[in-house]
Design a protein around this ligand. Structure first.
Ligand code: GLV
Ligand code: MN
Ligand code: MN
Length: 395
C-alpha cells in the first residue's frame, strides 16, 4: 500500500506550526530544513534518487536522462500561511508516484518530483527564487545579495546550512525536462460554485512587488504642532487608500501588507516609512497603469506634507499563458474546467523555458496565505487521482 497525500500532509502537520494555527516555513529556516529532510526520506522510501541543485531545489528522480516529466511544488510558506500552498503539490506528487509504483506501472521517460526552494519569497522578498535561479531568470549575484529582516543575506543563510552559494545559478537538470506539472490548492473560490473538485490553469496574471520609501522629519509627538510636521506616515496612509480605490475601480488587485516604520516609537513622529505594494492585473498595461496611478497619488500626498517618496520595483513578473496544447490535453483527459489565477507559481517561471501546466484542487474557503486555507480529504484524494492520470498520460 502506498502512502496517500492526506497521510503525508498529516506527517508534517507540526513543522513550522505557529500559535495562531498557521505555518511559518521560510527559506533555509529550521522548519524548511526539517521539511527537506522529510522530502529526502519520502523520496528514499519510494526508491527515488535525490539530487539537490546549487540553488537548494530538491529533485527526486525515477530514472535519469532527457525528456523528463517533472511534477511537484514547494514546501516553504508565507509568514503565518496555510497548510496547503506548496505542500499539497509536493505530497500529491509523492503520493501519485507511490501509487503508480505500487500498481507496477513504469514510466516511459524519466520522472522527477520537485521541491522548489523559496517559492514565496517570505524571507528574502522575491518570490520563486529557486526556479528563477535555476532558469536564469535572476542573476545569482542579485539573489545571493538579498537580505532578510535581520540583515542576513541569502548567501549567508545558505552557507549557514552547509550549502556553497557559489553553486547557485542556472541548473543542469533544466535541459533534461520536457514538461512540468504543478498541482496546487486553489487560491480564491471558483471551483466550489462551479461544482468541480479539480481545475486546470489557463494563465497567471502579471504581478509585481514594489517598495515605497516615504521620508520625512522625525520629531517629538507632543512638542511638535500639527501644522509643523513632515510626517511620512500620512503619504503612506494616502497610498493605502489610493491602492484600494484604483484597484477596485479598474478590477485589478493592490495590497500593502508589509510595513517598516522608523524609528518605530509611539511618542515620535516617524522619519521613514517603508511599505511594500503587491500589485496584480489582468494584463501588463493595466498593471503599469495601476502602479503609475498609485505612485502619482503617493507623490501628490508626500508633496502636500513636505515629505518625499521613492518607488523601487523589487520584482515584476509578466503574464503567463500556460502551454495551450498541454492545457487542452489535460483538461480533456480530466474533463476539468479551466481557470486563470492571480497567484504566482514556479510553474509560471518554468513556463518561459518549457511546456508547463497546473492543476488546482478546490478550496471551499477560497482563503490562501492564511490558516483557513483548506481542501477536503476527499478532494485531496481526487487531486492525487487526477495527477496520477496526468503522470500516466505524459510519463
Ligand atoms: C505566491 O503565492 C504569490 O502569488 O505571491
Ligand atoms: Mn504556492
Ligand atoms: Mn503562495
Amino acid at each position: 500500500m502506498s502512502v496517500g497525500a492526506n497521510e503525508l500532509l498529516a506527517s508534517i502537520g507540526d513543522v513550522g506550526r505557529t500559535p495562531g494555527g498557521g505555518y511559518t516555513r521560510l527559506a533555509w529556516d529550521p522548519a524548511t530544513m526539517a521539511l527537506r529532510e522529510w522530502f529526502a526520506g519520502e523520496a528514499l522510501a519510494l526508491g527515488l534518487d535525490l539530487v539537490e541543485d546549487g540553488n537548494g531545489n530538491q529533485l527526486a528522480w525515477w530514472g535519469h536522462g532527457p525528456d523528463a516529466l517533472l511534477v511537484g511544488s514547494h514546501l516553504d510558506s508565507v509568514p503565518e500561511g496555510g497548510p496547503l500552498d506548496g505542500p499539497l503539490g509536493v505530497a500529491s506528487a509523492l503520493a501519485a508516484v507511490g501509487a503508480l509504483k505500487a500498481s507496477g506501472w513504469t514510466p516511459s521517460r524519466p520522472l522527477a518530483v520537485a521541491n522548489f526552494t523559496d517559492e514565496e519569497g517570505g524571507r528574502f522578498g522575491i518570490a520563486c527564487l529557486g526556479s528563477r535561479l535555476a532558469t536564469g531568470a535572476i542573476a545569482p549575484g542579485t539573489a545571493l545579495g538579498l537580505r532578510d529582516e535581520d540583515g542576513t543575506s541569502l548567501a549567508e543563510a545558505m552557507q549557514a546550512q552547509g550549502r556553497d552559494p557559489r553553486a547557485a545559478g542556472p541548473a543542469d537538470w533544466l535541459t533534461d525536462v520536457k514538461y512540468y506539472v504543478e498541482l496546487h490548492v486553489e487560491q480564491g473560490r471558483w471551483l466550489a460554485p462551479h461544482g468541480a473538485a479539480v481545475g486546470v490553469a489557463s494563465a497567471i496574471w502579471p504581478h509585481g512587488r514594489y517598495r515605497f520609501e516615504f521620508c520625512g522629519q522625525g520629531n517629538h509627538a507632543g512638542a511638535t504642532a500639527m501644522a509643523d510636521r513632515h510626517d511620512p506616515m500620512l503619504a503612506y496612509a494616502a497610498t493605502v487608500l489610493a491602492a484600494r480605490e484604483l484597484a477596485s475601480a479598474s478590477g485589478q488587485r493592490a495590497t500593502l501588507g508589509r510595513l517598516r516604520v522608523e524609528p518605530g516609537s509611539t511618542n515620535s513622529i516617524p522619519s521613514r516609512v517603508t511599505a511594500w505594494l503587491d500589485a496584480r492585473a489582468s494584463d501588463q498595461g493595466e498593471l503599469e497603469a495601476l502602479v503609475a496611478g498609485i505612485t502619482a497619488r503617493a507623490e501628490a500626498a508626500a508633496a502636500a506634507d513636505g515629505t518625499t517618496v521613492a518607488l523601487t520595483p523589487e520584482s515584476v513578473t509578466g503574464a503567463v499563458e500556460f502551454d495551450h496544447a498541454l492545457r487542452h490535453r489535460l483538461a480533456g483527459l480530466l474533463d476539468a474546467p479551466v481557470l486563470a489565477t492571480g497567484a504566482g507559481h514556479d510553474a509560471g517561471i518554468l513556463a518561459a523555458q518549457l511546456p508547463t501546466a497546473m492543476l488546482f484542487v478546490r478550496n471551499p474557503t477560497g482563503v490562501s496565505h492564511a490558516p483557513q486555507e483548506s481542501a477536503t480529504p476527499e478532494d485531496i484524494d481526487e487531486g492525487v487521482a487526477a495527477l496520477t492520470r496526468v503522470i500516466g498520460e505524459l510519463g
